[in-house]
Design a binder for this molecule. Structure first.
Ligand code: PLP
Length: 436
């Protein structure tokens, strides 16, 4: 297929990238490992260009941050405009209107009829930590229920709540107490009935001690696992029966990724609290918790915050992101992209038996690679080789899953159809080069 978006003219890394990467190895700890074997010079829409003039399709979308695409002109203009007015006051020192307006808007976007309030932070992990703080303050209880395959971030509590030990927890213990883990219903590998989940909960912890359950509507880093439709309604009922809060972690699924602004909407339930982050500010650090007003008001004045939380430039960027999502119809576009991606991946599945399952919700689409469709032995090493072959040919995508055997896409929702096709054809070539 003719390449319109991708152009790789040098070995990777090219000479200019190589020079920076050599300095990186000396100046930056190895814990910050890189997906791409090159250094970015600029990015626009779905493409990233490196220092040597090579152009790539970025189906990682900056790890789920670029739902409106790299450097969307509306976001860039909003950032410049706000930067010229003021960069920072600390909202708790001198408040500003753009944060209030953004809180109102996100409150309206959150599912359910109850009045909402929103508090902002910088990273997804901080949003998760604060959702737990709010839940504990609101319930006077301490235990937190999380799930297998979950990823909630890298701070101590969020890391404890994350499932996968390698590499996320390697050498970092001891972890935080009062975090209890249940199986996540994983239709391809480990389906579980809802009654069994409740039995497991009762065996694990006294439900009267539980402050909240924190759960991803679709598992992200843990392998794009879509739960059965009864899961969220079941959790809502469980939380109500036992008097704890239901927190949806939408850091990865939010901002239209699944075809609804928040993925919880697919399941027809109103979580008590929702965390969001990643794509909300089009590339600037911003996250938050939106939830039922009476719960959000339980922590006392001064008890939540942080120097940079809800930075005005990030808030202005987020206002532009919400405009773009609305005006460019990105929710419908996410559905369309999801359909095209699934079709393309199923084409690859028909050709290569290593593809065990293609799955997803909206544009949150991935596929799980296995050595044998019967035993479902994870094809971890092959997944890495396919990823590297695709990169060499100009396509960036992340892998996922506790076995690292899921190919997943977090393409910008502004990606044109022909760019999707070009990426899929590169992926197919990568499969061919590794497996044929
Ligand atoms: N929660 C979910 C569902 C995530 O996918 C992530 C990041 O991938 C986080 C929380 C942590 O976000 P951050 O890396 O911004 O701290």
């Amino acid at each position: 297929m003719e390449r319109r978006y991708v152009s790789v003219k040098t070995e990777l890394p090219g000479p200019k990238s190589k020079e920076v990467l050599e300095r990186k190895a000396k100046a930056v700890p190895r814990a910050l490992a890189n997906l791409a074997p090159f250094v970015v010079a600029k990015a626009e829409g779905v493409t990233v260009e490196d220092l040597d003039g090579n152009r790539f399709l970025d189906f990682s979308g900056g790890w789920g941050v670029m739902n409106v695409g790299h450097n969307h002109p509306r976001v860039v203009a909003a950032v410049k405009g706000q930067a010229e007015r003021f960069l920072h006051t600390d909202f708790t020192a001198v408040p500003y209107g753009v944060l209030v307006e953004l809180a109102e808007r996100i409150g309206r976007l959150a599912p359910g009829a109850s009045p909402k309030k929103t508090v902002f932070f910088n990273s997804g992990a901080e949003a998760v930590e604060n959702a737990v703080k709010i839940s504990r303050a609101a319930t006077g209880r301490k235990a937190v229920i999380v799930f297998e395959h979950a990823f909630h971030g890298r701070t101590y509590l969020a890391m404890t709540m994350t499932h996968k030990a390698m590499p996320y927890k390697a050498g970092f213990g001891p972890y935080m107490p009062d975090v209890y883990r249940l199986p996540y219903p994983y239709p391809y590998r480990t389906p579980i009935a809802m009654e069994e989940l409740e039995r497991r909960l009762l065996a694990l912890v006294d439900p009267r001690e539980v402050a909240c359950v924190v759960v991803e509507p679709v598992i992200g880093e843990g392998g794009f696992i879509v739960p059965p439709p009864e899961f969220f309604p079941f959790l809502r009922g469980l939380a109500d029966r036992h008097g704890f809060l239901f927190v949806a972690d939408e850091v990865q699924t939010g901002v239209g990724r699944t075809g609804r602004f928040f993925a919880s909407e697919h399941f027809g339930v109103e979580p008590d609290l929702i965390t969001f982050g990643k794509s909300i500010a089009g590339g600037l650090p911003l996250s938050g918790v939106v939830g039922k007003a009476e719960i959000m008001d339980r922590p006392i004045p001064g008890s939540l915050g942080g120097t940079y939380v809800g930075n005005p430039v990030a808030c202005a960027a987020a206002m532009a992101v919400l405009d773009v999502v609305e005006e460019e119809g990105l929710l419908a576009r996410a559905e369309h992209i999801g359909t095209l991606l699934k079709k393309g991946l199923e084409r690859i599945q028909a050709r290569f038996p290593i593809v065990g399952e293609v799955r997803g919700l909206g544009a949150m689409v991935g596929m799980e690679l296995v050595r044998d469709r019967e035993t479902k032995e994870p094809a971890t090493e092959e997944t890495g080789r396919i990823q590297r072959e695709a990169l060499r040919r100009g396509l960036i995508f992340p892998t996922a899953g506790i076995y690292g055997n899921v190919v997943r896409f977090l393409v910008p929702l502004v990606t044109p159809d022909d760019a999707l096709e070009e990426g899929l054809s590169i992926l197919e070539e990568a499969f061919q080069s590794v497996l044929d």
